[in-house]
Design a protein around this ligand. Structure first.
Ligand code: MGD
Ligand code: MGD
Ligand code: MO
Length: 728
């Protein structure tokens, strides 16, 4: 259950890892799959070898994935939106767009085309460093090898414009007509084994479970599911208005402790539970350490003490020894939206307790067990049942514990190519019943938005979520948001677009009708409960309605800051002011000339508390390092193995070993972020509980990752910053 307390990426795969086998081309942007998702490689290489599919890798670094690829595109960190808008423009100017798909299933297209037109191959070359001819060549490669499977990971999201970048990826796939098709789709490889599940169940600061928004109606829905009195829930808040406000995001919780001037909330954070959180995963780590030391109470629930326990010098830290995933059981949701049952392998060892037991002790002590466990008699089966009965929005209602366990027991009956069981007790189901799985007879939805199958058989149109009609600000044009006539799943009673289902049971809609009659009614009529609409290219409630490039807050290009400036500062962004314009200083590059980016290695996980405590992994990767291009190293007088100092614009410093490699270019350095336990020569080894220091200690990369957060999600911008590099 690692990752219980955080979900940094967002989105869901429209297809599945297995479905990549059907791709005719693949593009990986900001994905380090050979290190971070090695199991996916069997499907990626299958498409490459068996279908002869080009494998295009877009990354500032020549990764191991790039080494397996057919085409490597080296991109300047933080410039992905310009590249993708450039690909879209190249596709359109050459007439390669999928016209019928766009006419019938896409909205806001004309308004988007106008914005994309700016990104000519030459302009893209200037912003991204990718030669203009390469932009056109890659566009042609995608256009002539359809469908393309597009994958993005953290290299696409952890930027101040991450939400625009990810939207650009989706628009590219719409323009090429690659959505709702086997071998196509947007395939965001998610983080921890259960990050998709954790996001779905809302370990988020701006949603209720299953993406029900922060509203009275949504709270009332969940109160009905939990069978608790709504007024009792209201009474948990100091004032009712706080119920519907976003909380702090994990990226900046420490501002709630340290930064009282810039807070919207009148109540600073005094206590903190870090439940499965590494802490050195937070950027601005020096400030995190300050905040940890100012808390009145810190509780850590983890199989390992984590660095948070060592750096917090106050005596109000409680470490509750959590059990690992092998010592617990329950449902988890994979990156492919598949639900699986995790069976306990051994009972919790020594004094440790699994997360359910820790939660139960806490809830009992706090005195609301009668409400918390009203529907829960058998743990964990009843938890899966309760959350499924309420999570109608994303269709978690059909995956009962019995069905999930049966899928696990009959694994061998599912086809590796299309994930469907061919015979046996699960006949016809898709493995793990990928959500939405609308009813207990539904097979699951292996590919989102696929209108070639009936909804009852796992097909799906685009969701009608944003009204029936829209007038665009930029053009004044009004457009119907529903799918065109004749566009629907086979067997649909309405032959074309339709709105979401409501009032089947008076006073409810498909999301709030707990009897699920509305959902069953829709499926029986061959329709999707959530309507049949167009996918939109214009998001009218975002600051950039169509994705555009904006320079990273800390950019090496003053000329581009002038042309593509960042946003105005944003007050009250997840309860705290967030600096954009006031942080973007064109002179910064003079003193901090190198771009810093960060990421993962296969041997270590997240903050590294687990893997750095494992002898064998420690032996494979025993040291924190920085990747530096040999030319840059020579220019700076740094030799292989020298210790170097990396300094951030805020003056934070780390001391790490130089690893010379042409994998990075001369302007960019790369840090893995898995280390902690030392800082600038000082060791925290003695501050761990006795015998609990990891085998490997090192300076945390997140001490020097820069300030910067996405304008919508507030994900931390750990992939584009500036730094100074000197020999120690
Ligand atoms: N072994 C291992 N596996 C893991 C994890 C782990 O810690 N260890 N963590 C898991 C988690 S939580 C997650 S979220 C996933 C993350 O999986 P990934 O996102 O694939 O992993 P990262 O190494 O963070 O970064 C991805 C790539 O982005 C590139 N990059 C950096 N800046 C940019 C940019 O501006 N543009 C582009 N196009 N690329 C850029 C980096 O060079 C890197 O190769 O991995 C999961 N799997
Ligand atoms: N610079 C930089 N920073 C980053 C990123 C980056 O790319 N660059 N990536 C970000 C991303 S995408 C993520 S997801 C975060 C990850 O950040 P974290 O979630 O902090 O990373 P992990 O080390 O995976 O943390 C999980 C903790 O859970 C504990 N744990 C494992 N199993 C269990 C269990 O069953 N129960 C409990 N209670 N605990 C358990 C582990 O011991 C570990 O201490 O890091 C983010 N930070
Ligand atoms: Mo993640």
């Amino acid at each position: 259950m690692a990752g219980v307390a955080n979900t940094w990426g967002y989105g869901a795969m429209t297809n599945s890892l297995n479905d990549i086998r059907h791709a005719k081309s693949m593009i990986f942007i900001g994905s380090n799959a050979t290190e971070a998702h090695p199991v996916s490689m069997q499907h990626i290489l299958h498409a490459k070898e068996v279908n002869n599919a080009p494998l295009i890798v877009v990354d500032p670094r020549f990764t191991k994935l790039a080494a397996k690829g057919t085409d490597f595109v080296r991109i300047r960190p933080g410039s992905d939106a310009a590249f993708i808008m450039g690909l879209i423009n190249a596709v359109i100017t050459n007439g390669w767009e999928e016209k019928e798909f766009i006419r019938t299933r896409v909205s806001g297209y004309e308004e988007m085309v106008e914005v994309a037109a700016h990104y000519t191959p030459e302009i893209v070359e200037d912003i991204t460093g990718i030669p203009a001819s390469e932009v056109t060549r890659i566009a042609e490669l995608l256009a002539t090898n359809r469908p393309t499977s597009l994958t993005w990971c953290m290299g696409g999201t952890q930027h101040s414009i991450g939400s625009s970048i990810t939207r650009a990826f989706c628009i590219l796939q719409l323009v090429l007509g690659n959505m709702g098709k086997s071998g196509g789709g947007t395939n965001i490889f998610r983080g921890h084994d259960n990050v998709q599940g954790a996001t779905d169940m809302c370990v988020l600061a701006d949603n209720l479970p299953a993406y029900y928004g922060l509203s009275d109606g949504a709270w009332k829905h969940w109160c009905r599911v939990w069978d608790v009195d709504y007024d009792w829930i209201v009474g948990r808040f100091p004032e009712k208005e706080w119920m519907n406000k976003k909380g702090f995001s994990l990226a900046r919780w420490y501002e709630g402790v340290l930064n009282e001037e810039e807070l919207e909330t009148p109540t600073p954070i005094k206590a903190m539970i870090q439940w499965g959180c590494g802490s050195n995963s937070n950027s601005q780590y020096n400030r995190v350490v300050q905040a940890l030391n100012k808390l009145e109470l810190l509780v850590i629930v983890d199989p390992f003490p984590t660095i948070a326990a060592a750096v917090t010098k106050t005596d109000n830290v409680y470490i509750l020894p959590g059990a690992s995933q092998y010592e617990t059981s329950g449902s988890v949701t994979s990156t492919s939206r598949q639900i699986q049952w995790r069976h306990r392998v051994v009972d919790p060892v020594y004094d440790s307790k699994d997360d359910y037991q820790v939660m139960e002790l806490l809830v009992n002590k706090l005195g609301f067990a009668d409400k918390f466990y009203k529907n829960i008699k058998q743990i964990p089966e009843d938890i899966t049942l309760e959350l499924g009965s309420g999570s109608l929005t994303i269709g978690y209602n059909g995956q009962t514990p019995d069905r999930i366990k049966s899928h696990m027991a009959n694994w061998h009956t599912f086809d590796i190519d299309d994930l469907q069981a061919k015979g046996g007790p699960c006949d016809g189901d898709y493995y793990g019943m990928p959500w939405p799985c609308w009813t207990t007879d539904h097979p699951g939805t292996p590919i989102l938005y696929d209108i070639s199958k009936s909804v009852a058989e796992g097909g799906l149109p685009f969701r009608n979520r944003f009204g029936e009609e829209r007038t665009y600000e930029s053009s004044g044009r009004t457009e119907n948001q529903l799918a065109a006539e004749g566009i629907c799943n086979p067997g649909s009673e309405v032959q074309g677009g339709y709105v979401e289902f409501k009032e089947v049971v008076p006073g409810t809609n498909w999301k709030t009708d707990l009897s699920q009659k509305t959902i069953k009614d829709a499926i029986a009529r061959g329709m999707a409960p959530f309507g049949n609409a167009r996918a939109r290219c214009v998001v009218w409630n975002f600051p950039d309605k169509v994705p555009i490039h904006r320079e990273p807050l800390h950019s090496p290009r003053p000329d581009l800051i002038a042309k593509y400036p960042t946003y105005e500062d944003k007050p009250n962004h997840f309860r705290v002011k967030t600096r954009y314009k006031s942080e973007q200083n064109p002179d910064l590059v003079k003193e901090y000339p190198y771009v810093i980016t960060t990421g993962r290695m296969v041997e270590h996980m997240g903050g590294g508390a687990e893997t750095r405590s494992n002898q064998y992994l420690a032996e494979l990767q025993p040291e924190m390092y920085v990747e530096i291009n040999p030319r840059l190293a020579n220019n700076l007088g740094i030799r292989k193995g020298d210790m170097v100092i990396i300094e951030s614009p805020e003056g934070a410093k780390i001391k790490v070993k130089a690893k010379l490699t042409p994998r990075v270019d001369e302007k960019t350095i790369f840090l893995p972020y898995h280390f902690a336990g030392t800082l600038m020569g000082e060791s925290y080894e003695k501050d761990y509980p006795e015998g609990h220091a990891p085998f490997v200690l090192g300076d945390p990369g997140n001490v020097v990752t820069n300030y910067g957060y996405d304008i919508i999600t507030q994900i931390q911008a750990t992939k584009d910053g500036l730094c100074k590099v000197t020999r120690a």
